[in-house]
Ligand binder design. Sequence first.
Ligand code: ZN
Length: 160
Amino acid sequence: MNIAKDTVVAIDYTLKNSEGEVIDSSADGEPMHYLHGAKNIITGLENELEGKAVGDDLSVHVKSADGYGERIEELVQEVPKEAFGDLGDIQVGMRFQAETEQGPVPVMVTAMTDATVTVDGNHPLAGQDLHFEVSVKEVREASKEELEHGHVHGPGGHHH
Ligand code: ZN
């Protein structure tokens, strides 16, 4: 069976950045399961997996624009510490949801002074080209329920 829209795919993968550092991988645990054609994974990778079958190995290079997008400097903001109210002990590296006019946005604290906190709403992998080594482990038809939910159920997927 070949990977096509509405199939459930299990892949082993290693993700490296342009410097060759491993950013993420499925190596320790179970393969990652995803619903193909539902934008469960980044577009650049999903496109390359189309038509592949169990046993296929791929090297996929995804430009940042097809990955997590380009960095947007406007998403980096320095805000007065008072704006955080009684959130407690704020530290560089903390992540939380910022309330914006567009709804909640995940941000990370990237710098601090005595009076201000700098938060970055870019995805940590924004602006980075991504290099994936992928092995296709399983391809099956998605169930009706999986298609309705837009994600995989059972091993490697949602349990609910
Ligand atoms: Zn579900």
